[in-house]
Write a protein that binds this ligand. Structure first.
Ligand SMILES: [Zn+2]
Ligand SMILES: [Zn+2]
Length: 145
């Protein structure tokens, strides 16, 4: 750990899987896409995107199960409790750690993505991307709240 770098602890629902995150995320916000809604069984997913090197599983690595619906996302959860922990996005070289699984991290969302699919409008004044930013392969279009 580099001097001055912040360290955050996270884990699954039952606590058998634990991990740390070091430093700061590359981006954070809310995703409204159907995949996130179906997989999380919630109306929206609060994401934090990190370089893979920032994440270290410190306990229960053997409990982590994973599923790929597409090669773009490897979804990970605890096989004991079913609690979701993070999703790897290898093409972007990023890992999405769910804000809900890192309770001490000061989540500061900056953007909403895939807002054209929303089931829960959120009038918080943040930009609403129709799909994704251009640099992530999307249209870069911003839509109304
Ligand atoms: Zn668990
Ligand atoms: Zn999504």
């Amino acid at each position: 750990m580099e001097a001055g770098n912040k360290l955050y602890e996270g884990g699954c629902f039952c606590g058998q899987v634990k991990f740390t995150l070091e430093g700061a995320p590359e981006g954070m916000g809310y995703c409204h896409c159907e995949s996130c809604r179906k997989w999380s069984a919630g109306p929206v997913n609060a994401f934090t995107l990190w370089k893979p090197a920032a994440l270290r599983v410190t306990k229960g690595a053997e409990r982590i199960a994973s599923y790929n619906k597409t090669p773009a996302s490897t979804r990970k959860w605890c096989a004991s409790c079913g609690g979701h922990v993070f999703t790897e996005h290898p093409a972007w070289n990023l890992v999405d750690v769910y804000a809900a699984s890192i309770p001490t991290f000061p989540f500061a969302p900056g953007v909403h993505v895939h807002y054209q699919e929303t089931k829960l409008r959120m009038k918080d004044g943040l930009p609403k991307m129709r799909d994704l930013p251009k640099e992530m392969g999307g249209s870069g279009e911003v839509v109304a709240e």
